[in-house]
Structures are given as C-alpha cells and as structure tokens.
Design a protein around this ligand. Structure first.
Ligand code: PLP
Length: 380
C-alpha cells in the first residue's frame, strides 16, 4: 500500500472492544491477569500498552521496519539507544548535529564510560579511519540541525556493514515521508516525534525503529528497563498527528521552498542553507537520497548580531521559539538558543555562527510568511 494509506491505517483497525474507529486511549497503569500465573497481552503500561502499541506498529510500518518504540521525548529515545552500549564502547558521532545530542554524548555517555568521538561523516575516509575494534555504533543525522548538511546514508551504511558496526540515523527533519534510512542500510531510525511526526506542537515524544529482530528485542528490553516509554495519551496524540503526515510534509516542503527562494534573492541575506535549492553544495545527494524537504532551513544575515536581533524582534507571524515541525512557523537563533549547550569552539567548528538563523516554515500561506519576513527585513 502507498504511504498515505498506511499513515491512516497502519497500527490499528477498529478497536476489538467496541469497534471504535480511532485508537482509544488506554489510560491505565496496569491490566488484570486472566488467571493466576496467566497475564493477558498487557500486564503493566511501562512494559506495554495498547495505545502505545498502535503508534509503535504504525511508525515501524511507515519506516519500513519490523519493530517501533515510542518514547516520552526524542532525548529519551536517544538515551535508550545509548543504553545498548556498555562502558568501554566507542561511538562515532557526526560532528554537526542537534545540540542536545552533543550534550548527551559529552555528559551522559562520557560519565558512563562510553567514548563518543565526533567525526565529520561527510568524509567517508575519515569514517573508515575512525572505526576501531571497540566501535559499537555510528550515529548520523541528516539533514543536520541547523546547518542543513547531508550525509550519504547508503555510503555510510556500506562501510559500517563491512566493519560489522551498527548505524543509527536521526530522521527527525524529514520523517519517513521524505527519507527512509532503513532502506538505505541503516539499522536504527530515531525521531523526535515532537516535530513532524506529531506536527502540532502539543506533545513531546520520541521513537526508535529497527528492522533486525534481535536488535529490536534489545531495544524493547532497554525501553522497559529504563522506563522511557511514552504515555498513552501522548501516544494517542502522536498517532492522530501521523495520519496527516503526507499532506503536511508536502505543504511544509512547498512553503519552505517559496520562503527560501525569497530569502535567497534578498540583498540583506548572505546565504540560504536549503538542500532543495540548486545552490546547496549537496543538492545532487538531496535529490538522490530524499524525496523532498521539510519546512526547516537556515540562513545567514548581513550585519552581524544586531541585525539578527532586529529581524527576530521584527517578525510578527513567525514566533521566536525553539522546536520545529509544527503547523505554525517558528524562528530561532541557534547560537543563543537550540545549540547553546555546545561550547563556542564546537559551535564555530560546525559553522554555527552568530549570523545564523533557523526557521521552521509552517502551514500558513507562503505569501503571508514572505510578507512578514520582507517587512521585518525592511526594518533591520
Ligand atoms: N533530534 C533532533 C534532530 C532534534 O531537533 C531534537 C530536538 O530539537 C531532538 C532530537 C530531541 O528531541 P526532544 O526535544 O523531543 O527530546
């Protein structure tokens, strides 16, 4: 079946109890045993819950995996994936990615004896050279947050498989509608479902999807052991959001491209970082690996920090806020907001400078969004 059909139907049919057409919210912590020593399908919500199971099955199907796991945040999904490693293990992490992932690697991983090494994975020779006998995971994110750089997932997966190292891809920016890492050979897909998968800025959540049965079983054990799963109510909201994912992604892509083309032609903007623009240095890879872009991209402004401040204070329709992927348009300053957990040297090395602005283009009419930016830029 096509993606649009699966987005509506995967994971649940009419509920067996009363035929409810939408997945009901099983807002319970525990389930009655059938008899002594005989639990039912579910026994305790941390270990499993019907509402969560529906979302998890849906996400597994959409990513082309066999097992899906829903978490209470994207970071909970990340921590659970890291929980698969042990002290002494080595993880290779792409060197330009979400600031919270950087913080997790330099705090939690480091204090638990897991050595995270940041490597520019756009250069596959560097990846080859970085793999050691104790390397247990290669962590990718593409497009990267907020630089919009791309990683060649098939090339990375090939090298990793040759050397017997599992790979993970954070697919938050594109969702399975625009990019399917498992089909490119990646072993674990990660999402902050807070973003496009839920899409309405009213819930935080995360997900992992695997294809290999044994790996999926290890994630299931870790999700239960750590207690990082998502609540039934939040699972219900995310599942509801998923049903419109294809429609939303098409509109985010269209709107963002219109805004990006406007900014690219504006004299006060020095660069626009958007993989679907012909000016993006990895445009060819974008066309090969992805079927579209989301609503997120970044741009650089002339005039330094003061010009940035005036633009961010001047917009009316764009809300100054962290996060992305919702129906409403947001604007933010990675240097002082989403990426402040990275030390200045690490930010600068990744290209996150004070003139960089990230926007998440929502589902408003692009003419209104462009007019808002045009007026704010006039006042800069
Ligand atoms: N991965 C990416 C690419 C993100 O942008 C974020 C949050 O912004 C996360 C992971 C973490 O997700 P959450 O905020 O849901 O914990």
């Amino acid at each position: 079946m096509k993606f649009e059909t699966l987005a509506v139907h995967a994971g649940h049919g009419p509920d067996p109890a009363f035929g409810a057409v939408m997945q009901p919210i099983y807002q319970v912590s525990t389930f009655a045993f059938k008899a002594f020593g005989e639990p039912g399908t579910y026994d305790y919500t941390r270990s499993g819950n019907p509402t969560r199971a529906a979302l998890e099955a849906c996400l597994a199907t959409l990513e082309g995996g066999t097992r899906g796991f829903a978490f209470c945040t994207g970071m909970a999904a990340e921590a659970t994936a890291l929980g698969l490693l042990s002290a002494g293990d080595h993880v290779i992490v792409h060197d330009d990615l979400y600031g919270g992932t950087y913080r997790l690697m330099t705090t939690f991983a480091a204090s638990h004896g897991i050595r995270a090494e940041f490597v520019n994975l756009r250069d596959t020779d560097r990846l080859r050279a970085a793999i050691r006998p104790e390397t247990r995971l290669i962590w990718t994110e593409t497009p990267t947050n907020p630089m919009m750089n791309l990683l060649d997932l098939a090339a990375i997966a090939d090298i990793a498989r040759e050397r017997g190292v599992p790979t993970l891809c954070d697919n938050t920016f594109l969702s399975p509608y625009f990019q399917r890492p498992l089909e490119l050979g990646i072993d674990i897909v990660l999402h902050s479902t807070t973003k496009y998968i839920n899409g309405h800025s009213d819930v935080v959540g995360g997900a992992l999807v695997t294809r290999d049965e044994a790996l999926g079983q290890r994630v299931a054990v870790m999700q239960n052991a750590l207690g990082t799963a998502e609540s039934p109510f939040d699972c219900f909201l995310v599942l509801r959001g998923v049903k419109t994912l294809p429609l939303r992604m098409e509109a985010h892509h269209r709107n963002a491209l219109a805004v990006a083309r406007f900014l690219e032609a504006h004299p006060k903007i020095s660069a626009v970082l958007h993989p679907w623009l012909e000016s993006h240095p990895q445009h060819e890879l974008a066309k090969r690996q992805m079927t579209g872009c989301s609503g997120v991209f970044s741009f650089r402004m002339d005039g330094g920090g003061e010009a940035v401040r005036r633009l961010l204070e001047g917009v009316r329709l764009f809300t100054l806020a962290e996060s992305l992927g919702g129906v409403e348009s947001l604007i933010e300053h990675p240097w002082t907001m989403t990426h402040i957990s990275m030390p200045p040297e690490a930010r600068l090395a990744a290209g996150i400078t004070e003139d960089l602005i990230r926007i998440s283009v929502g589902l408003e009419h692009p003419d209104d969004l462009i007019a808002d930016l045009a007026e704010a830029l006039d006042r800069v």
